[in-house]
Design a protein around this ligand. Structure first.
Ligand code: ACO
Length: 438
């Protein structure tokens, strides 16, 4: 683009000169973006396809307008509906945050009480759900069980397909948020060969979850208040993170106007992958391998030489301390007060200290992310690594549903249907088998 062109096109537009044809186009810039459809108007000839954008992994493509979650990665800021994550983690509870994400505002007392009541009284699942979960192999991965069971719920609530009715949509969202801990706990007990525990509706959301996980023959199971609070905080931190892989999966599948159970099952599938939900397990393995503090310098040298990564460090979006990691680090103290200190914590703290002073990590803006400390807490709470992603999926359900509901209401949204750059053969002549195989 020449200087003259730049001056002539001053304002919120982008002037593009197509050197194939010499034609110039003024493309409007709105909210720091250009519309891919506007670029599609750039073409060599009327009957040729328009210019498209190639962006594997959506590295620089906005797929929606959203008012749910805001992240400023450079500053280490995370806000749900405008409220800083630190304030929510300090002062709120998970169900209030779920309400905020879905409804867009904090609930009044009446709204809060009605919401908690609704969620609490939908925690039970149909007995047939329990039966089909019992049908999984003894060693079934709990995340696979969760994925299949949530998908299966769509057959129990076929009215969920009527997504254009707001009341109906609300009902399915309540059901999903309410039943996720029940399904997650059943999956956990299944692997241990223990009887499934029914919900206790006298308990709070997280206290009930802990009871369904760990209750044995006692009449009533009430976990230590500090553990309940720590789990609330972890659930709040994991409730949403704008357009990540699993949220994009929920939106993409939801854009076909399928029921929310099927859309959320797609999100669980995405979260199952090691690049998304599995890094905290890798952190534990790494800390265990390092073993003692005196081995840290040697380990760091290996990382700097490019032999491996310091797991739990770095983030695609955060180029500063992940705000969730700060809060989790504090929650560690509360949990370890009850469970005893996880011996790996000493190594983690020393590793962080050394890395944050090292030029390699400082210059690349590599800071601890949410996964650096979360695995330590989950392990202290007696969760096996296979449960870590389940513990992520349960609270993320409210974020997925908030994003899904926003999508359903968004008149600009269409069925997700990306373009491709075709690289295969064209118009080959089919040869009959007799000829090909001789
Ligand atoms: N340890 C050592 N070096 C690292 C690390 C790390 N954890 N992360 C990035 N780097 C280096 C890269 O090698 C690269 O160095 P170079 O410029 O010399 O080539 C530079 O920092 C930039 O890294 P990118 O790979 O470009 O960063 P990207 O944004 O693509 O990756 C990611 C982000 C995948 C999270 C990466 O930092 C990583 O693999 N971290 C470890 C895994 C992890 O903790 N994942 C959890 C993320 S949080 C979540 O998903 C919930």
């Amino acid at each position: 683009m020449s200087d003259e062109t730049a001056t002539a096109s001053a304002g919120d537009t982008l002037t593009v000169r197509d050197n194939r044809t010499g034609t110039e186009y003024d493309v409007p810039i709105l909210d720091g973006t250009v519309r891919a459809a506007d670029l599609g108007k750039i073409r060599v000839a009327e009957d040729e396809p328009g210019l498209a954008v190639y962006d594997p992994g959506f590295v620089n493509t906005a797929s929606c307008r959203s008012a749910v979650t805001f992240i400023d990665g450079d500053e280490g800021v995370l806000e749900y509906r405008g409220y800083p994550i630190e304030q929510l983690a300090e002062n709120s509870d998970y169900l209030e945050v779920a309400y905020l994400l879905i409804h867009g505002h904090l609930p009044s007392r009446d709204e809060y009480e009605a919401w908690v009541h609704e969620i609490t009284y939908h925690t039970f699942v149909h007995e047939n759900v329990k039966t089909f979960m019992q049908g999984f192999r003894y060693d079934a991965h709990p995340m696979g069980m969760l994925l299949a069971s949530v998908g299966g719920l769509s057959t129990f609530y076929p009215e969920g397909r009527n997504i254009s009715d707001p009341d109906n949509r609300h009902m399915q969202m309540v059901r999903l948020i309410a039943k996720m801990p029940t399904l997650g706990a059943f999956a956990f007990r299944h692997a241990q060969g223990k009887p499934y525990v029914y919900p206790d509706n006298e308990l709070s959301y997280t206290a009930n979850f802990l009871a369904m996980l760990f209750k044995m023959s006692e009449r009533k199971f009430v976990a230590d208040e500090r553990l309940i609070k720590a789990l609330e905080v972890l659930f709040i931190l994991h409730a949403d993170h704008e357009q990540n892989c699993s949220t994009n999966a929920v939106r993409s599948v939801g854009s076909s106007q399928v029921d929310p159970y099927s859309a959320v099952a797609a999100g669980i599938g995405a979260l199952f992958g090691p690049l998304h939900g599995g890094a905290n397990e890798a952190v534990l393995r790494m800390l265990r391998r390092i073993g003692t503090i005196d081995k840290i310098p040697e380990f760091i040298e290996g990382v700097k030489a490019g032999n491996e990564k310091l797991m739990g460090f770095g983030h695609r979006v955060y180029k500063n301390y992940d705000p969730r990691a700060k809060i989790i680090k504090k929650a560690c103290d509360d949990v370890f007060e009850v469970t005893g200190v996880n011996p790996l914590l000493t190594i983690a703290l020393e590793l962080e200290k050394i890395a944050l002073e090292d030029e390699y990590f400082v210059s690349r803006k590599l800071y601890p992310n949410v996964d650096f400390y979360s695995g330590l807490i989950y392990e202290a709470l007696s969760f096996p690594p296979e449960m870590f992603t389940v513990l992520f999926a349960i609270p993320r359900t409210s974020g997925w549903l908030a994003q899904w509901s926003e999508l359903v209401d968004d008149p600009e949204q269409k069925i997700a249907r990306p373009k491709q750059i075709y690289t295969g053969d064209r118009t080959l002549e089919f040869e009959a088998r007799e000829k090909r195989w001789t």
